[in-house]
Design a protein around this ligand. Structure first.
Ligand SMILES: [Zn+2]
Length: 199
């Protein structure tokens, strides 16, 4: 069976018999010659695509089929497309449904759940054209989905909205309760990943 998966750059790559192929050349008669994506490592595997379908070239691949890689890429593609279609779904629900019928082997090969949950956010950001990171402290407001957790709980607790000195506190009531009941606090900063002006 042949289907397509996306390359890192977003190009369609053909999967056929467990191998992945990129375009090598397109002929005027409509035939597409494809080479195995492991061509740079020396694989001579090829596939030829025409209106009657896909067939393998003469040369054998010098590596095992990339079955796991193909499944992982399909799931990542599914997460991405669901994130743009299902705007109302939480990232958690999108990831859960995309991996629901996946074997343990594939799950082990997937990026961590935390990393996967960020994918819908990124795709959604692209799909909706959502705001870029602010360049000054003032002139923007947090509203709607930016003020609540994925489960709808209030998350933005304080925003002083100052132009120069602005204090924004994100937390749930429950997290504050836990903090209040705890004897020892340890503090850390995520300065490297925080947007400029918030460090
Ligand atoms: Zn190959």
């Amino acid at each position: 069976m042949d289907t397509f998966v996306k390359s890192r750059k977003g190009n369609d790559q053909l999967t056929f018999n467990g191998f992945i192929f990129e375009v090598e050349s397109r002929k005027p008669n409509g035939k597409i010659y494809r080479r195995c994506i492991e061509v740079k490592k020396g694989c001579k595997g090829r596939a030829i695509q025409d209106e009657s379908g896909v067939r393998a070239g003469k040369n054998e691949h010098d590596h095992p089929p990339r079955t796991v890689d193909i499944e992982v890429r399909k799931i990542l593609g599914e997460i991405k497309s669901q994130a743009s279609i299902q705007q109302g779904q939480t990232p958690r629900a999108i990831v859960a449904s995309a991996v629901s019928e996946t074997s343990q082997i594939i799950k082990a090969a997937l990026p961590s759940v935390q990393a996967l949950k960020k994918r819908p956010q990124r795709s959604r950001q692209l799909a909706l054209g959502q705001p870029a990171a602010p360049v000054t402290m003032g002139g923007f407001r947090f509203d709607g989905e930016f003020t609540v957790t994925y489960t709808g709980e209030q998350f933005l607790l304080v925003d002083t909205e100052g132009e120069n000195d602005r204090i924004v506190i994100f937390s749930t009531e429950r997290n504050l309760q836990i903090l209040a009941e705890t004897k020892h606090w340890m503090v850390d900063g995520t300065f490297k990943s925080a947007p400029p002006h918030f460090t």
